[in-house]
Each structure stands twice: as C-alpha cells, then as structure tokens.
Design a protein around this ligand. Structure first.
Ligand SMILES: *[C@@H]1O[C@H](CO)[C@@H](O)[C@H](O)[C@H]1NC(C)=O
Ligand SMILES: [Cu+2]
Length: 176
C-alpha cells in the first residue's frame, strides 16, 4: 500500500521534474528584428511571419537607449499607434526582455514620436503548446515542414540537455 503510494509520488515527482526541464530547455528567446533589433525601417510583421511563439518564450527588444522604447498595448491602441493606458509604463532599457507568460495575441509599439506609424509595431500570437509545431497526425505521408529560421529551432545543445534530463529521470525511476 505505502509502497504503491511511494511509487506514485515518485513517478509524479519525476514527471514534474521532466516537465520543468523540458519547458525551460525548449523555451526560445526571440530577438525582435534579429540582427536589426528594434528600430525604424524594419518590417516586424515580416519578421514575425512564420515564427511560433509559446508560453515561456521571451521577446528581447534591443535598441539604443533613449532613442526608442517598448510599449505593450492592446489591439485597439495598436491600430491607433498610441497607448491610452496611462498605467502601462514603457520599457526603456534598450535591452528589454519580455516573458511571454500567457497565451493570446500580444501587441507592442514604440511610443517615441511617430515611430509606431512608421513601422515600429509588433503583433504576435502566443500559443500554449510546446515549441515544436504540433505534428498533426495524417494517415498519409506529408512533405516535411519548411525549415523555419534558426531562432525557433531546437539547438543541438538544447536537445542534449533534454536527453540528459530524460536519462536522469529514467535512472531515478529504475532506482526505486
Ligand atoms: C485598450 O486599452 C484602453 C486603455 O486602457 C481601453 O480604454 C480600451 O478599451 C482597450 N481596448 C480593448 C479592445 O481592450
Ligand atoms: Cu522608436
């Protein structure tokens, strides 16, 4: 009886550890604009296109401090290119990291001058599932998905860390 409980709680603990490690290992940091960073004359709609954003990922906005900022807004303010929410303060460090903690649509603009209407605006959709686009089971073979940019791929290091975690969890389990 207690042995069964023991095994159940051990299995649960292992599941929690693995899930945590997996989530941390697979979280992606998205450098907004890649090498261009956050500035004028970059098409952020094009940058976001084809990228997958997941809960636990981060967005990093890199720019020259004082020249731009990052303001999180809602959909209607995004369309108007202005923040009407006075309680929402812009980020101004020049190296602003935003944790994508919840799923849904997110909107960010630069609140300096006319920068937003000149294109410093980013709209993304954050999903809950893991970083690999959910493989939709199909009864027939499909073409491999087009390879996305390196930013959203799982690096060899990440897969190594993940593999070690799974092996460690397995060892703990067989030690029981
Ligand atoms: C967006 O935010 C502004 C300011 O907080 C608010 O007045 C407006 O109703 C919001 N719009 C939506 C669609 O939530
Ligand atoms: Cu700006």
């Amino acid at each position: 009886m207690s042995k069964i409980l023991d095994m159940a709680s051990k299995a649960f603990l292992i599941a929690v550890i693995v899930a945590t490690v997996v989530a941390q290992t697979l979280a992606t940091d998205h450098m907004v604009g890649d090498n261009d960073g956050w500035k004028l004359d970059v098409d952020y709609t094009a940058w976001a296109k084809g990228k997958f954003f997941y809960v636990g990922d981060t967005l990093t906005f890199m720019y020259q401090e004082g020249v731009h900022n990052v303001q999180k807004v809602n959909g209607s303010d995004f369309k108007q290119c202005m923040s009407t929410d006075s309680s929402s303060k812009p980020l101004t460090s020049g190296n602003d990291v935003i944790n994508l903690a919840t799923p849904g649509k997110k909107w960010y603009i630069c609140g300096v001058g006319e920068h937003c209407s000149k294109g410093m605006k980013l709209s993304i959709t954050v999903s809950v599932q893991g970083p690999t686009p959910a493989p939709i089971p199909t009864p027939w073979p499909t073409a491999p998905p087009p390879s996305s940019s390196s930013a959203s791929e799982i690096s060899p290091l990440k897969s190594l860390v993940l593999m070690v975690a799974v092996i460690a969890a397995y060892k703990i389990m067989i030690m029981a």
